[in-house]
Design a protein around this ligand. Structure first.
Ligand code: F6P
Length: 560
């Protein structure tokens, strides 16, 4: 870290414009490419405030922090999630080579392939119309009930792969929020004869998911009447690691799709948690998604020179800004409408994984360098007309990842060319900026005159219109948004998150930080005056005055 600190002092003032001027080969030198069949995955990281030395120092740090050993340990199923005593094997879910992966003496590929076969049979039955609802009609609407990793991943992929779906035949919906509005609005769209609910929860105890699942079950039973209650298994299936709880809920174990505790929630879209995606886009496309993820895994696992390893380089760059430039946030900006939920998915992936303040060994993290920054983003060009102003001229440094597919699924007039102009121009503008002299020349055109007053006005306007530039960005180019490239893209960010975790010496695979809020919510439930809830003697008094006041307000408005 010390060497990187020193290097930072010598690099922080260098303008990227000068780096490009000094080296006409810069774009070539700072680009990496991966080809997977016909698919192209191109990563241009030249518009970053880095030199060759930056990468060398990060590879040195990686040696010190045993990144190569960490990668090997993850792929081989070692218990690297030490606080939860679990292996981390989402890569096994997409291990299309079928290389044996042994956990506790057992090849997990047997289980993985068994569940994939079950998913295949089920998706084919539902999609072909062979699976019938309680009145004999085929399924037209699939509703995934889940939250966090049991929602964001499949939802994001369903959006991304919409061109591969046929929503006129089969639609997909997602219910996640415990706000009853979410369930209510989806239920309005459904016909009880033709809907299929998938209750997706690793633990099958998550409050939001179980509440939504019970609400949907009551809605369905209410619609079909008691005579048809026994037909519930035709409309409710489950995905979980907790098969006992699934059975308690009343879902037929034949209609339950298992996964395992070595699959972290935010890494679970590749497991049966992806069932809604597979139903929506078809099983073959789901397999292609796994193939894409596997291609990135193979690159990540086998490219030992970390300067050529795309996830590692992406991690180095992100850490460079977070830990050295102290940027508090970064933006992921997909220039493809189908990737509209990708930033939301990444928020959980990166922030739940690396939002940590304690190292693996229990000691506080190195305060001078910190851990994960906040992530945000919207599809281009919408973000340009909303928050890009802050990225261009604000006082904070906000590094950006642009994602752009060379081919579009919707060839409408000039749209795609305009989209390309915009994404390339944004990266160029952030890098180059506009000098005061350029801005002054423009100001002189709009404010004519050379007297003192005019000059003052010209200078003021030029100050407003000057861009410092030197604002970094990555450009990730895909040949097209398709199941394989989307698989590669997701796996890229998963591995980037893991490498950063290793460099920060934290456990990227637990999430204790979400527990306190859950505990306190349970504590508050009886205070809110539910008919069944009984206030535990004196609990109210243990609450701070603000929480007490909020509880009282709620009670006043919900007293009936
Ligand atoms: O937000 C905490 C968390 O545990 C996530 O990691 C997980 O994806 C989500 O809750 C949902 O958990 P489950 O799949 O067990 O319902």
């Amino acid at each position: 870290m010390q060497q990187l600190d020193k290097h930072f002092e010598s690099v922080k003032a260098i303008h990227m414009k000068d780096l490009f001027a000094q080296d006409p080969e810069r774009a070539k030198k700072f680009s990496l490419e991966l080809k997977n069949g016909d698919d192209l995955f191109h990563f241009d990281f030249s518009k970053n405030r880095i030199t060759e030395e930056t990468l060398t120092l990060f590879t040195n740090l990686s040696k010190e922090r045993k990144v190569a050993e960490g990668i090997e340990a993850m792929f081989s199923g070692e218990i690297i999630n030490k606080t939860e005593k679990r292996a981390v094997l989402h890569t096994a879910l997409r291990n299309r080579s079928n290389r044996p992966i042994i956990v506790e003496g057992k090849n997990v590929m047997d289980d993985v392939n068994g569940v994939l076969d079950k998913m295949k049979g089920f998706t084919e039955k539902v999609r072909s119309g062979e699976w019938k609802g309680y009145t004999g009609k085929p399924i037209t609407d699939v509703i995934n009930i889940g939250i966090g990793g049991s929602d964001l991943g499949p939802l994001m992929v369903a959006h991304a792969l919409t061109p591969y779906a046929n929503p006129e035949k089969l639609k997909v919906h997602y219910i996640s929020n415990v706000d009853g509005t979410h369930a209510a609005e989806v239920l309005k769209l459904l016909n009880p004869e033709t809907c299929m609910f998938i209750v997706s929860s690793k633990t099958f105890t998550t409050q939001e998911t179980m509440t939504n699942a019970h609400t949907c079950r009551s809605w369905w039973l209410g619609k079909v009447g008691t005579d048809n209650a026994a037909k519930l298994p035709l409309h409710f299936v489950a995905v979980s690691t907790n098969l006992t709880k699934v059975a308690e809920f009343g879902i037929d174990t034949n209609n339950t799709f298992a996964f395992w505790d070595w699959v972290g929630g935010r890494f679970s879209l590749w497991s049966a948690i992806g069932l809604s995606t597979a139903l929506y886009v078809g099983f073959d496309n789901f397999i292609q998604l796994l193939e894409g993820g596997h291609a990135m895994d193979e690159h990540f696992r086998t490219e030992k020179d970390l300067r050529k390893n795309i996830p590692a380089v992406l991690a180095f760059i992100d850490m460079w800004y977070t830990s050295f430039f102290k940027s508090g946030s970064h933006a992921v900006l997909p220039y493809d409408q189908y990737l509209d939920r990708f930033p939301a998915f990444l928020q959980q992936l990166e922030m739940e994984s690396n939002g940590k303040g304690v190292k693996m060994n229990g000691e506080p993290v190195d305060a001078a360098h910190g851990t994960s920054s906040a992530l945000f983003g919207e599809p281009g060009t919408n973000g340009q007309h909303a928050f890009y102003q802050l990225i261009h001229q604000g006082t904070q440094l906000i590094p950006c990842d642009f994602i752009f597919p060379l081919n579009t699924h919707n060839k409408l007039g000039e749209h795609h060319k305009l989209l390309a102009c915009n994404v390339f121009a944004q990266a160029e503008a952030l890098m180059k900026g506009k000098t005061f002299e350029q801005a002054l020349a423009e100001a002189k055109k709009s404010i004519p005159g050379d007297d003192a007053e005019a000059q003052q006005k010209q200078t003021t306007l030029a100050n407003h219109r000057t861009f410092s530039g030197n604002r970094p960005s990555n450009m990730i180019i895909l040949s097209q948004v398709n199941p394989r490239t989307v698989g590669m893209l997701i796996a890229l960010y998963e591995h980037k998150t893991f490498v950063e975790g290793l460099l920060w010496e934290i456990n990227s695979f637990d999430q204790w930080g979400v527990e306190l809020g859950k505990e306190l919510a349970k504590d508050l439930y009886p205070l809110l005056g539910d008919k069944e809830g009984k206030e535990t003697e004196g609990t109210f008094k243990t609450k701070d005055s603000s929480t007490q006041h909020l509880v009282e307000l709620f009670r006043q408005f919900n007293s009936q």
